[in-house]
Design a protein around this ligand. Structure first.
Ligand SMILES: [Zn+2]
Length: 116
């Protein structure tokens, strides 16, 4: 006859550790955000803003520039099959080009609106 060992009847009396004390003081939260970037969203049309170079209140002058979207549109048209010169159409359509905003006062480029 083999007798199993008796199950442990005892429990751990009061071995729980006391909760750690709350950390003194509050954590500093830094909400300062850098403002290096220009928050103005440049779109297809001239926008009224303050030039970051000459600090003048200006309305940007826009010009169209061949951008990534122009080449993509060219590639898409060529892929479809209209490659007999039709793929050059995006280069003639301003809507397919990037819009470059510049300051009419100091002629510095302020931003660019890309279709991509
Ligand atoms: Zn300027």
């Amino acid at each position: 006859m083999e007798q199993p060992p008796p199950p442990p009847q005892y429990s751990n009396p009061g071995q729980g550790q006391p909760p750690p004390p709350p950390p003194g003081g509050s954590t500093m939260v830094y909400t300062h955000q850098p403002t290096f970037f220009n928050p103005i969203m440049f779109r297809e049309f001239p926008v009224a803003t303050t030039c970051t170079y000459c600090r003048a209140s200006i309305t940007t002058s826009t010009r169209y520039e061949t951008g990534t979207f122009t080449w993509v549109a060219c590639g898409v048209i060529a892929f479809i099959g209209c490659w007999l010169g039709c793929c050059l159409i995006p280069f003639c359509i301003d809507g397919c080009k990037d819009v470059v905003h510049s300051c009419p006062n100091c002629h510095q480029t302020l931003g660019k609106y890309s279709k991509m």
